[in-house]
Design a protein. Structure first.
Length: 211
């Protein structure tokens, strides 16, 4: 399906490289991926800043030692802070029990096994899991989000009813298995959704107009 690559080329030509995912360390990227569920990234940035100000992102153990209430207070700007505090803790408990809190050891695991393990962590669904794999561990896996569904269903490339795995398979089957391309494509989709393909789309200046 050539249109998948054609859309990537158009978006890259219009917007250029997006330099995703924002984060200085694996731990920061993983925590950010969990916190960004159901909220804007600007809110996540405030929560991450709170954690960094207290140097809580310097090691997994520092966050793990916090009680849930203390963690929730620090990530309050991200919304649903009690739920998200529990989800961050769930990941860190898994990391501790499976890899002795070592992200380096976790990184040595093969992608299929790592994905299976992450999906078994309460509160981590396919999108968050794949964001962690792609952005924190540099694995060539395509992340599907609500923006992907919105844009590609509006262009009649996918149907609204298509499941996550099927959409992911469509992209991964029609693009080179390249981490950098998957990274850039996801970021470009987000950029398009925020600038043109909004809930009420601005189609007149859209780079995909006429495709």
């Amino acid at each position: 399906m050539r249109i998948i690559k054609s859309i990537y080329n158009r978006l890259y030509g219009r917007f250029g490289p997006q330099s995703w995912w924002p984060g200085d360390t694996r731990l920061e990227i993983i925590v950010g991926a969990i916190l960004t569920q159901n909220t804007a990234w600007s809110n996540v940035e405030k929560a991450i800043a709170n954690l960094k100000d207290e140097k809580l992102l310097s090691s997994p153990g520092k966050i793990l030692k916090l009680n849930d209430g203390a963690l929730a207070e620090r990530i309050r700007p991200a919304g649903y802070y009690n739920v998200k505090a529990a989800r961050v803790k769930n990941f860190l408990k898994y990391l501790d029990s499976r890899y002795d809190s070592s992200l380096r050891r976790m990184a040595s695991q093969n992608t299929d096994q790592l994905r299976k393990e992450l999906l078994d962590v309460s509160g981590i669904g396919p999108e968050t899991c794949d964001s962690i794999l792609l952005y924190a561990f540099n694995r060539p896996i395509f992340v599907v989000d609500a923006y992907t569904k919105r844009i590609f269903s509006r262009h009649n490339i996918i149907s609204d009813s298509l499941e996550y795995h099927d959409i992911q398979k469509l992209f991964m089957g029609n693009l080179p298995s390249d981490r950098e391309i998957f990274n850039e494509y996801h970021a470009l989709i987000v950029r398009l959704a925020k600038t043109h393909c909004k809930f009420r789309p601005r189609c007149d200046l859209c780079p995909l107009k006429g495709i």
